[in-house]
Write a protein that binds this ligand. Structure first.
Ligand code: TXA
Ligand code: MG
Length: 297
């Protein structure tokens, strides 16, 4: 991979738009392609702790979580080391760094052979639906991307959970790792504030993940023209019904969420109604995404 180029990569959460995290040229290409505001920093992806050691200060909480969940759908905010070569565009000149160790085999084999980590936001145009397949990435970027590695459908289907491990540890974004498991591992209850003054993580932007169609949540009876998103099987068949799962399997529902939102958009529905989704484990992350998507104007 060219050290200043930018390509699509599969991860277990969503596909990423990846470039050399040490290169200003690659980083600025990422922001431009994605139409992302410069002040929103990128996550840097590593194979293991070897390269990370040059870039971040690690602490005991990080080690505990790393051992338990990595590689996997979790991102850590750590203090950046002074001598780090990470481009200032990647961090927006911050003294902190978001780091992640993705699980997808193909991307792991790429990271293993590179002598730099990869900065990668989700491979979608800013504020739109994140991609969970190669086709989704191609749909958003066409031939503006030289190539997109094909790693099949993302298994988790939601972005990584972001945990800040700075002064007071806290959850910044709900995602593919259940916060209950994180709390259990750290033997403490991390806080998660839904509303923040400053945008620290993408989940905090009001119009994130938007399919560009108004969404109503907790709907019992949809309107005839709605695309209706469901999590448990109904006896009747209706072509406007879209199942995330047929038996309330919330992990499966999370995996299918973005795929279904894209499908609904393609079918040109004007409104989306969603059945009530229990606000626990992955259901909490799904509801979070849907609420933000429903703020679309
Ligand atoms: O699952 C994922 O995390 C995917 C895959 C591709 O790895 N990536 C992803 O990246 O969701 P992105 O850029 O869409 O969201 C990452 C967010 C940024 O929007 C930013 O707000 C937050 O992480 N972030 C990055 N650096 C940060 C920092 N130093 N402090 C707080 N938040 C940070
Ligand atoms: Mg994103």
């Amino acid at each position: 991979m060219d050290k200043n180029e930018c390509i699509g990569i599969p991860t277990e959460t969503v596909y990423g738009l990846a470039g050399n995290a040490y290169s200003d040229i690659a980083a600025s290409k990422i922001f431009k392609l994605k139409k992302r505001i410069k002040k929103n920093p990128l996550i840097v992806h590593y194979y293991n702790l070897d390269l990370l050691d040059k870039d971040c200060h690690i602490n005991s909480m990080f080690i505990k979580l790393y051992k338990k969940f990595c590689p996997g759908p979790i991102t850590f905010i750590l203090k950046k080391k002074r001598g780090s070569k990470i481009s200032n565009l990647v961090t927006n000149n911050k003294k902190t760094l978001a780091v992640r160790f993705p699980k997808h085999k193909l991307t792991r084999s790429l990271l293993k052979i590179l002598d730099y980590p990869l900065a990668a936001p989700s491979a979608n145009i800013s504020t739109k639906i994140s991609p969970t397949s190669r086709e989704d990435v191609v749909e958003d970027f066409g031939n503006k991307l030289k190539f997109v590695l094909n790693g099949g459908r993302s298994k988790v289907g939601l972005e990584s959970t972001i945990v800040s491990l700075l002064n007071k540890p806290e959850i910044l974004r709900l995602g593919g790792t259940d916060i209950k498991e994180i709390n259990k591992t750290l033997k403490m209850k991390l806080s998660y504030k839904k509303k923040r003054n400053k945008i620290l993580a993408p989940g905090q932007s009001r119009i994130h993940y938007s399919p560009g169609i108004p969404i109503r949540l907790n709907v019992i009876k949809p309107k005839e023209s709605d695309a209706f998103i469901l999590i448990k099987r109904r006896k009747i068949f209706n072509k406007n019904f879209f199942y995330l799962t047929k038996n309330k399997n919330l992990k499966e529902a999370a995996k299918n969420l973005y795929k279904i939102l894209r499908l609904i958009k393609k079918q040109k529905f004007k409104t989306i109604a969603v059945e009530r989704i229990p606000n626990k484990s992955f259901g909490q992350a799904i509801n979070d995404r849907l609420k933000r998507a429903s703020k679309f104007k």
